[in-house]
Design a binder for this molecule. Sequence first.
Ligand SMILES: Nc1ncnc2c1ncn2[C@@H]1O[C@H](COP(=O)(O)OP(=O)(O)O)[C@@H](O)[C@H]1O
Ligand SMILES: [Mg+2]
Length: 116
Amino acid sequence: MTGDQELLDQVWLNLLYNSIKFTPSGGMIRISLGIRGAEIIVSIQDNGIGISEKDQIHIFERFFKSDKPRNRAAEGSGLGLSIVKKIVEMHDGRIEVESELRKGTIFTVHLPEAVE
Ligand SMILES: Nc1ncnc2c1ncn2[C@@H]1O[C@H](COP(=O)(O)OP(=O)(O)O)[C@@H](O)[C@H]1O
Ligand SMILES: [Mg+2]
C-alpha cells in the first residue's frame, strides 16, 4: 500500500503498547497480517484485561481511559487510540475492536491496498 510510514508506525506502536500494558505478564499477544479482497488487514490480539462493552463505545474518544480500579496504575493520557483512529481514517481505512472483560482484546485495522 501507499501511506505515511511514520504515521502508520504510530498506529502499530500504540496498539502494540496497549496490548502489552493491559496484559498481565505471561500473557499472549498475536499480530497477524493479511489481504482480503482489496483490503490489507492487520490485527493485534491480546489475552489481557479486556474492555467492557460499555467502554468499547468510548475508547476512541480523546482522553478516555477505562476507570476500572485495576487500570488505575496504568499510565497514559488516553490519547493513543484517538490518534490511531485519525491516522487510519486519513488512509481511508477503519479500525474495529472486539473485546471481552478478562478475556482479551482484538484491534483490527483495515486499509485499502493502494491509496492514490
Ligand atoms: N489492548 C487493550 N486491552 C484493554 N484495554 C485497552 C486496550 N487498549 C486500550 N484499552 C483501553 O482503552 C483506553 C484508551 O486507550 P489509549 O487511547 O491508548 O489511552 P492510554 O493508553 O493512554 O490509556 C485505555 O486507557 C484502556 O482503558
Ligand atoms: Mg495507549
